[in-house]
Design a protein. Structure first.
Length: 278
């Protein structure tokens, strides 16, 4: 196992189609590789994103035929790097899509898949409303993946607001949990940093959250600020509000050090809730 390694968050701008999304990814990923990144992470819907009539409308395909997935697999093998493909739109049998995230190893093989569980159905204001469930089918399975870069867990964007998900992944052995995102400007400014720090602190785990930045064709936009947070809750990398890359060094030894100091993962208790009418 690589106990210490360099990880990169690639902060891309949303593109409306596969071809331009790949150009955006590769131009920044090449820079990260040249700077020594061994693990490259990409945002949610990095394979393309646009909106139509207020509805998410990312370009989609079946898994086997998905251009972005197949090209990323080739790239990881060519450059000999691991890649978190933050998420792409995969067609499913009910006419909707899965918001699916992948971990691809340095030989170009998919070693983990995750379909976003919690869908972004919110009303931020009278004019800013989102219904991800109109076009996306939510997942039902989480998993931890054992790799040379440690035990890895996957989540996506809105999942960050559900602490039990991170608890289960951490208690199953996760040392790094990914949260690729296209956080909105409004929610990002208010909640992004504190939510990422909270998930790291609660579980003594590294949180790596590559975020998209900039306007989405058709409306909306990404907050950026790709983050790497260590198990003590310190932000060790922040991508800011511009397109680009941010690098951080991960030392997996920090996970056990923090969990030895504060072993809260082993202190969970079942409690009974009593309601009073007084």
């Amino acid at each position: 196992m690589e106990k210490t390694f360099k990880i990169a968050c690639v902060q891309t701008e949303p593109k409306p189609d596969f071809e331009n999304a790949l150009k955006e990814i590769f131009s920044l990923a090449d820079e990260a590789v040249n700077l020594g990144a061994q693990f490259i992470t990409l945002p949610e819907y990095c394979g393309g994103l646009k909106t139509e009539n207020g509805k998410l409308s990312p370009p989609s395909s079946s898994e086997n035929e998905h251009l972005v997935l197949n090209e990323i697999k080739k790239y990881s093998k060519q450059k000999k790097v691991f890649i978190l493909l933050g998420s792409i739109a995969i067609l499913n049998s009910d006419g909707k899509i899965y918001n699916r995230s992948y971990i691809i190893d340095d030989k170009g093989f998919i070693v983990s898949r995750y379909d976003k569980v919690h869908l972004f159905d919110v009303d931020l204001s009278e004019t800013e409303k989102y219904r991800e469930s109109n076009s996306v089918t939510g997942g039902q399975i989480i998993n931890v993946c054992d790799t040379k870069f440690g035990m890895l867990g996957q989540t996506v964007c809105y999942d960050i607001r559900f602490p039990y998900l991170y608890r289960e992944l951490s208690q199953a052995g996760a040392q790094i949990i990914f949260i690729p995102a296209v956080f909105t400007q409004k929610t990002g400014e208010a909640h992004w940093h504190v939510l990422n720090r909270a998930r790291a602190i609660e579980n003594g785990v590294f949180i790596v959250s590559p975020g998209a930045i900039g306007k989405i064709q058709g409306g909306g936009g990404g907050y950026g600020h790709s983050l790497v947070v260590n198990p003590w809750g310190e932000i060790i990398s922040d991508g800011g509000d511009k397109r680009g890359i941010s690098l951080a060094e991960i030392n997996l030894g920090e996970v056990q050090q923090v969990r030895n100091k504060i072993p809260s993962l082993t202190h969970d208790k079942k409690i009974n809730l009593s309601k009073s009418n007084n």
